[in-house]
Design a protein around this ligand. Structure first.
Ligand SMILES: [Zn+2]
Length: 252
């Protein structure tokens, strides 16, 4: 099996140097993981990398516009399925896959993991001793989390999987996944504890939590910090540890 990374030219605050598209090949067959945005030069790069193989499918980690738009275009061009969560957020995989499914390429079987947290439709794909994580794990840029409870479960699940390598949706390939996953888990637990401490002073708004947890934060980063604080607060609320009255959150 070979894995080739092709970097899309869409750098930015959330995409780092750009989206990583990957070609997984085995025994003359290949699949593409996250073909990314519809950028001609990027698509040409993918087509060139596929030239020596029989293309058998496109795998999509989630619907976000830096990951999915070229998927069905390439799938149609090669007459193969796109695989993913199904229909979510404006992207529809031709072939919906679920946790525990397998996608064959050559003699390899790519295992499908449903790993919600970053988004409800986030999937990871494990093959050999590696795993493709989309935006669930990135290197170099922050992961925005929609559902913190689900995300913590997903992080633990990836740690239990104990891959030797993580192929992230953005940034460099990760050669020390256990250290990185432990760091991710520790970071989120620490943030949660900071949110609890902020609430210890009495009822407080989400903006108040952001100000307490991220003192001196650049104004441009406040929307992102607000999403993160909100995800932590909703997790704590789901666990019955905090509740919201009007605009303010308080410890139960
Ligand atoms: Zn994303």
């Amino acid at each position: 099996m070979d894995i080739t990374r092709i970097l899309a030219p869409n750098p930015g605050p959330f995409t780092g140097a750009g989206t990583n598209s990957y070609i997984v090949s085995s025994q003359g067959q290949a699949v593409v993981v996250d073909p990314g945005p519809e950028i001609d030069s990027h698509l040409e790069g993918i087509r060139t990398a596929l030239a020596d193989f029989v293309m058998v499918g496109v795998l999509v980690t989630h619907h976000h516009l830096d990951h999915s738009p070229a998927a069905n275009l390439l799938a149609a061009e090669y007459g193969v399925p796109s695989y993913g969560f199904g229909s979510y957020g404006g992207f529809q995989a031709i072939s919906a896959v679920a946790d525990g499914d397998g996608v064959h390429v050559g003699t390899e079987v790519i295992a499908v993991l449903h790993t919600p947290g970053h988004t409800p439709d986030s999937m990871c794909y494990a093959v050999g001793n590696g795993v493709f994580t989309g935006d669930t794990i990135k290197s170099g840029t922050t992961v925005v989390v929609e559902d913190m409870s689900a995300y913590m479960t997903t992080l633990q699940r990836l740690a239990d999987l104990a891959p030797a390598r993580i192929y992230p949706g953005h940034g460099n390939v990760i050669d020390d996944p256990q250290a990185v996953l432990a760091e991710y888990i520790a970071h989120r637990r620490q943030r949660e504890q900071q949110v609890v401490v902020a609430l210890g002073g009495g009822p407080i708004t989400t903006a108040g939590v952001v100000a307490a947890v991220y003192p001196g934060l650049d104004a441009s980063l406040i929307p992102l910090a607000t999403l993160s604080a909100d995800a932590h607060l909703r997790k704590l609320a789901a666990e019955g540890r905090v509740s919201q009255t009007g605009e303010k959150w308080a410890l139960d």
